[in-house]
Design a protein around this ligand. Structure first.
Ligand SMILES: N[C@@H](CCC(=O)N[C@@H](CS)C(=O)NCC(=O)O)C(=O)O
Length: 334
């Protein structure tokens, strides 16, 4: 997929949803005119860190090498390419300015209060209800605007609607019953309900826009493990396996693979196994632990695979572990 814009995204992130919606509206299609790389924020790929020092999602890397690492700027870039639904085109300067100030209120105070209400421990907030009340004040203001035409700037959706809706969705998801019972929000609820049922949202939450699994980086190494072996290893602080049913002490090395070899390795050795975990390994941590990586051919495959020599797999080099299935379940909107 060389030569395509690359979008680093995180399925549930409202900023990333915003960017995906804009790119989709502009006619981009993952796997065709854009490469989408789903990111696990607990284990960001080195390619994302190299593109953007702040490494938040979304980040768009253009074929020219230019990097856009703000969701709003990605939205604007997308609509500059094509804007068939008039999210930006056709609005007057004063309407655009109103939209910009609403986005400022969303990305600033509304998100601030939303986060502190949702995650009081993380933000060391003593009275989360105060933050919910402050966010509701902002929602009531938006509700008034929506009463006239059903959309923030009038009777059809504009960029500002798509920019704010993922955040209002997040607010409702935090306490759906409380949100649904809130007085003076009827127009806003109708606006959000249309969004929640829209093909626009469904499309960006399901593959290929919203994959369930993270993008495997060619800079990392991988190891498939039976979930029961991995769980035991974590309690015993030792993973003694080389591959399924064979110990490192007997084989002499640990079988690893690269990003493009994960699915075929699973197919060959784990297809009939129970739950399997995919371990993501940092090669630098392996060599820092005094171990040696050798590229060796695997009998029957005609391919070179990385083999780890010098001891069992060090748990400290495992950057991430997640359940692995080669085929993704259908993406639910959650
Ligand atoms: N201003 C940024 C905010 C993006 C953002 O904060 N994304 C979150 C995920 S929802 C993130 O990457 N958080 C990780 C971090 O802040 O390190 C934008 O609009 O793109």
């Amino acid at each position: 997929m060389a030569g395509l814009p690359v979008l680093y995204s995180f399925r549930r992130c409202p900023y990333a949803i915003r960017a995906r919606q804009g790119l989709r509206a502009a006619g981009f299609e993952p796997g065709v005119s854009l490469e989408l790389r789903e990111v696990d924020l607990a284990c960001r790929p080195p390619e994302l860190l190299a593109a953007s020092a702040k490494a938040t999602v979304p980040v768009l890397v253009l074929p020219s090498g230019d990097v856009i690492d703000e969701s709003l700027a990605i939205l604007h870039w997308a609509l500059e390419q094509r804007d068939p639904q008039g999210w930006w085109a056709g609005w007057r300067a004063d309407q655009r300015a109103t939209g910009a100030s609403l986005i400022e209120a969303n990305d600033g105070p509304f998100k601030h209060h939303l986060d502190r209400w949702r995650y009081p421990e993380r933000f060391e907030v003593a009275e989360p209800a105060r933050h919910r009340a402050a966010a509701l004040d902002i929602l009531r203001d938006w509700n008034q605007r929506l009463e006239a035409g059903g959309w923030l700037l009038g009777s059809r959706p504009a960029l500002v609607d798509w920019a704010l809706l993922p955040f209002v969705r997040q607010f409702r998801l935090s306490d759906p019953d409380g949100f649904d019972a809130e007085p003076a929000l009827a127009a806003l609820r109708a606006w959000l309900a249309r969004f929640l049922e829209s093909p626009e949202l469904a499309a960006v939450m399901a593959p290929p826009w919203g994959p369930q699994r993270s993008w495997p980086s060619p800079h990392w190494l991988y190891h498939l493990a039976l979930a029961e072996d991995w769980n035991r290893a974590r309690t015993q602080e030792l993973y003694p396996w080389s591959t399924r049913g064979r110990r490192q002490a007997d084989v002499g090395f640990v079988h690893l693979c690269r990003a493009h070899q994960i699915a075929s390795t699973w197919q060959r050795f784990y297809a009939d196994a129970g739950p399997v975990r995919l371990l993501t390994l940092d090669p630098a941590a392996l060599t820092a632990a005094g171990l040696e990586l050798r590229e060796e051919s695997a009998p029957g495959s005609g391919e070179l695979f990385p083999h780890l020599y010098g001891g069992p797999l060090p748990l400290a080099a495992v950057r991430h572990h997640a359940s692995y299935r080669p085929h993704e379940p259908a993406g639910a909107v959650a």
